[in-house]
Write a protein that binds this ligand. Structure first.
Ligand code: FES
Ligand SMILES: [Fe+2]
Length: 395
């Protein structure tokens, strides 16, 4: 087990939900060990534990800054079961607030929108884009003026949520106590120093609903074993060597491959990161930083895959594609290449989504105990199971 300071209460809860054997099996050597047992994928209690201990305590990707480019753009999103909004302010900054009115607690924003102010749909309390309470109409009787002091740090402003950006990706930390985002993503940043991340531009996103537990998305993401059966056309999209399993370092998994020759690989003909070496121009790298930030970097791309748990057997997935430079991301000249990249991701992802619900359904069989794993391929998957438990029990 990784060395983390543990909260004994949560260790106890994890053991109760997984069973002592189910807990022990994920720490055994891979030859005799086993993945997470069924309750980790199907139990409502386990789901609530993950929402509380993982999605409300660590840095969670909430969207791309470019999804809300203009002042007043608002994106509602649910993180760890908590509705929040990302808001582009008058000053151009992106802020995050809990999506709740301070009066009687109505949800404020239900759809992606643009607003001058945020007015509650119930009794019309109105907030500025900076979250400050601006008006409470009729609060002291019909057409009677209000008594609160606007702009004075009113105690009834929207509840802020800690938010920070990494190259146009907005992360939120509902606990307000996670380590700085820069530390959390340090391994990715270190490993990408050769890539000019200032050049990436958001080109759009794909959304998917998956009838499977969110962890299956990542277990699948970090193993190459399924490529033979599920992605037989992958060699058309991206000729690659998939013989190896990747490695974990701290909170981040990394894998990669080289294309057989330069100019092959994803998005042929699209602009590359400026100044890349020949070696990097013929390489793909992919990462997973716990708990859910999956990132694929190719010479022409920075693509983010994030899964949001909705229920034990239901997940919402977003795939954000960033390309290199404005023209690649939005210009007419690269429209075909861009479309090809989105089509490729859509196809590839749907191939994965065709099997993930089967994993969910299989987990209803009580005789399944977490399985026997391939020492060649499944090591990172077993380590992922340990990291899930680590996140939950960490003090
Ligand atoms: S609940 Fe929002 S104004 Fe009443
Ligand atoms: Fe896959």
């Amino acid at each position: 087990m990784n060395v983390v300071e543990q909260d004994a209460n949560y260790v106890g809860r994890v053991k109760t939900l997984l069973g002592d054997d189910g807990f022990a099996q994920i720490y055994a050597p891979i030859e005799s060990g086993s993945g997470l047992p069924n309750p980790a994928f199907s139990s409502q209690e386990w789901f609530a534990l993950e929402q509380d201990r993982i999605f409300r305590r660590y840095w969670i990707f909430a969207g791309a800054e470019a999804e809300i480019p203009k002042t007043g753009d608002i994106k509602p999103v649910e993180i760890g079961g908590v509705p929040v909004i990302l808001v582009r302010g008058q000053d151009g900054a992106v802020r995050c607030f809990q999506n709740v009115c301070r009066h009687r607690g109505s949800r404020l924003v239900s759809e992606h929108c643009n607003r001058k102010t945020i007015t509650c749909p119930y009794h019309a309390w109105t907030y500025g884009l900076d979250g400050s309470l601006r008006a409470r109409p009729h609060f002291n009787g019909p057409d009677r003026g209000d008594m609160f002091r606007a702009g004075g740090g009113c105690m009834l402003d929207l509840l802020p949520v800690r938010a920070e950006s990494f190259h146009g990706c907005v992360f939120v930390d509902l606990s307000g106590a996670a380590e700085p985002l820069g530390n959390w993503l340090a391994i990715i940043a270190e490993d990408l120093t050769a890539y000019d991340l200032a050049s990436i531009r958001w080109a759009g996103k794909l959304e998917f609903e998956v009838a499977a537990n969110w962890k299956f998305v990542y277990e699948n993401y970090i193993e190459n074993y399924h490529v033979f059966a599920i992605h037989p056309r992958l060699t058309d999209f991206a000729p690659m060597d998939i013989r190896g399993a990747g490695k974990w370092r701290g909170n981040t998994f990394k894998n990669g491959y080289s294309f057989p020759k330069e100019e092959q690989g994803r998005g042929q003909g699209m602009p590359h990161y400026p100044g890349l070496s020949d070696e990097d121009r013929a390489r793909g790298i992919w990462f997973l930083t716990m708990p859910h930030f999956a990132l694929e970097v190719f010479p022409d791309q920075f693509t983010v895959l994030v899964a949001y748990p909705v229920a034990p057997g239901l997940t919402r997935e977003e795939l954000h594609v960033f390309l290199i430079g404005d023209e690649a991301a939005t210009g007419e000249r690269f429209a075909d290449g861009r479309q090809e990249i989105f089509r490729m991701w859509d196809d590839l992802n749907r191939e994965d989504l065709s099997v993930l619900p089967l994993l969910q359904q299989g987990r209803k069989c009580p005789g399944y105990d977490g399985g026997r794993l391939s020492p060649h391929w499944d090591g990172p998957t077993l380590e992922y199971a340990r990291k899930i438990v680590d996140l939950i029990v960490a003090a």
